[in-house]
Design a protein around this ligand. Structure first.
Ligand SMILES: C[S@@+](CC[C@H](N)C(=O)[O-])C[C@H]1O[C@@H](n2cnc3c(N)ncnc32)[C@H](O)[C@@H]1O
Length: 300
């Protein structure tokens, strides 16, 4: 990924000048919950695969990583049917996991999974853009919040409210781990005219939304609005190879870590905003066998 690629991507996007009419924009945004619920009605638990890559990318998810003397507590926002949480529960015998999603059907799938046990996890229905997490989770009690391909499903004007909601349950020093679609990802470049709501925001065939993040937008959301400290914020380029499906493609993701301030000095640093740690130039292509992310290609 280099400047020539970025220029070409910009050209492709500039050609798509039409936007979805306002009536439909409102409908897709208002009915996001219904459309995701229908998605899980159609696909049940078969769409995404368990995400076994997460502790390779985020050391906080590895067994033995300590935050304090207490057992670690994690909240997965937009948990779907639990593909992120099952590998973590299996590997980390100590961890307690909250998992929420605004699709009641997805949450039912989590609760009826054979790995679900109330002793180690609690799944609940919650629209993170409007239902307060503190109604279910004690304030400032969570060590890790994972946001894996969920912020892209939120309309941009509701993303800051979701950040504020998360901040209320994060412990001082607690971290947000995020991976989502990056700007100029091939799924963004492949959208045909008639799918764009605004720059970087598209609607898929099934009515679900897909936003493509710049590192600057993540910085704005979590540092400027959320007053968190930026530890990492960069594009990662992954080569996905699936021989069975004859897929060999490069995907661009935005990956970031933010931390809640611990003391007054940290708060000051957060208010000033830390420097972005990565740009396209720093992205290193990496080849690995697919572990579920290839499904993301098929949905667009
Ligand atoms: C692409 S899936 C990712 C699922 C899961 N994080 C994983 O890694 O497999 C996005 C999920 O976000 C959920 N979602 C979208 N908007 C939401 C909102 N406002 N509040 C809660 N969940 C939401 C959807 O229902 C869907 O399950």
């Amino acid at each position: 990924m280099d400047n020539a690629f970025v220029d070409k991507a910009k050209d492709v996007l500039a050609k798509d000048t039409s936007v979805v009419p306002e009536f439909w924009q409102k409908k897709y945004k208002n009915e996001a919950n219904k459309n995701w619920d229908k998605f899980y009605n159609r696909n049940t638990t078969n769409f995404f695969k368990d995400r076994h890559w997460t502790d390779r990318e985020f050391e906080e998810l590895r067994p033995g990583h300590t935050f304090s003397e207490e057992k670690p507590v994690l909240l997965e926002v937009g948990c779907g049917v639990g593909n992120f949480i099952w590998p973590i529960l299996e590997r980390n015998s100590d961890i307690y996991i909250y998992a929420c999603d605004f699709s009641p059907r997805a949450v039912d799938f989590v609760k009826t999974n054979e790995n679900y046990t109330e002793a180690r996890c609690k799944a609940f229905v919650c629209d993170i853009t409007k239902d307060r997490l503190v109604d279910t989770i004690p304030p400032h009690s969570v060590d890790i919040v994972s946001a894996i391909f969920v912020f892209s499903a939120l309309p941009p004007e509701k993303q800051a409210a979701a950040v504020a909601n998360i901040v209320e349950i994060l412990k001082p020093g607690g971290r947000v781990l995020l991976r989502d679609y990056g700007m100029y990802d091939l799924a963004q470049l492949r959208f045909k005219a008639g799918h764009k709501l605004e720059d970087n925001l598209y609607v898929r065939q099934d009515g679900t939304l897909s936003y493509y993040f710049s590192t600057e937008r993540l910085h704005e959301l979590f540092v400027r609005y959320g007053n968190l400290i930026e530890l990492e914020n960069e594009y990662v380029v992954k080569r996905l190879v699936n021989l069975k499906k004859s897929i060999d493609s490069e995907r661009i993701f935005a990956q970031a870590k933010f931390q809640a301030p611990i003391d007054a000095g940290d708060i000051e640093a957060a208010m000033l905003g830390t420097k972005l740690s990565g740009g396209y130039g720093s992205a290193v292509p990496e080849s690995y066998k697919t572990d579920g992310e290839e499904s993301e290609i098929l949905v667009d």
